[in-house]
Design a protein around this ligand. Sequence first.
Ligand code: NAP
Ligand code: G4F
Length: 344
Amino acid sequence: MKQKRALITGLTGQDGSYLAELLLDKGYKVYGMVRRSSLERFDRIKHLLDRIHLVQGDLTDQSSLDEAVKRTQPDEVYNLAAQSFVPTSWNQPVLTGEVTGLGVTRMLEAVRRYKRDAKFYQASSSEMFGKVHQSPQNEQTSFYPRSPYGVAKVHGHMITVNYRESYRLFACSGILFNHESPRRGLEFVTRKITYGVAKIKLGLAKELRLGNLSARRDWGFAGDYVEAMWLMLQQDRPDDYVIATGESHSVQDVVNKAFTAAELDPKAYVVVDQALFRPAEVENLIGDASKARRVLGWHPRTSFGELIDTMVKADLHYLGNLSSPLPSTIVGEEGDMPSDSSHP
Ligand code: NAP
Ligand code: G4F
């Protein structure tokens, strides 16, 4: 049987790395799109580099996307690339619209022009529900995004639906709720907490500054969620699916779980910093993935407790084995963020 080819945008990100592993295990020839930067950002995929094929491209540059699709002739395209950090989307709203919104249109155009029969996956987001109209949220719930990122994702979602209907492309959107792992970026709240806990435990930090502790999310494990992406493209017809655990927890719950895993008392270390609150917050997300369960046979395998425990252990292991001092920090809109991007 002919070896299937997959093209992943956002290969160097959290989900790109897990999806590449899954597709390689399934025998795919995997092409990954990477953009040029002055420093290589291959931390998450260094263990895969001898098995994947890199193609250069950027979601803001149509010709590079056309060329990537023309050259690789993929059977499946997974569009995971995005400016994905919500606070940055207030700071760089136009860039976020270009990459996270219009970038999807550019990718769909490349597929339509150069590999029309390729199956296309779009990384939609529960951030589209924003100020929620119903709970739990499912595929019928209306959108009310609360950030430039959420607005851009609504564009990406709707243009995917539109290309499916206009051109009969096999185009699917996965509306994924928050999913985390030891490879999560250090700026997102779960990893900020588990990394911060590990630093405190090892005597490398004295406090952890956080914003809104009462916000609630439906958090799952990224490794479980990339399987749902693949399953969507194995169906007979294209459709959209919510992917979630169906459980919601507060940021305070993550704090409690992570500090307990390291046998520390959060009250002694957590500082609430008003500067870390968002101009408009998404207060409460909880997903209803019953369609994915019914049609795809997908269900999450990792519990909230296991996820946070694993992340704390991984960060303790990583920081405990560092041979050089921690890198200096830069001040970002979410406070002091380590400038390294270390991924166990
Ligand atoms: P991530 O770790 O932030 O990765 C984002 C990826 O996009 C990186 O590989 C990044 O490349 C790439 N990228 C950024 N700008 C680009 C551009 N202009 N051209 C080409 N590539 C670009 O995100 P993730 O957590 O893996 O999420 C994957 C996708 O799912 C994103 O679209 C995200 O918005 C969406 N999503 C995520 C979640 C979640 O909870 N994780 C939930 C719902 C939806 P560099 O390494 O070069 O920066
Ligand atoms: O971890 P977060 O930054 O993730 P957020 O904003 O929910 O977005 C993530 O999930 C989306 C899916 O719903 C993706 F589409 C998106 O790409 C990204 O992966 O923040 C979660 C919550 C927020 O309510 C925030 O206000 O945590 C709260 N929070 C409290 N203190 C904090 C902090 N968030 C961050 N990043 N840093 C804090 O210090």
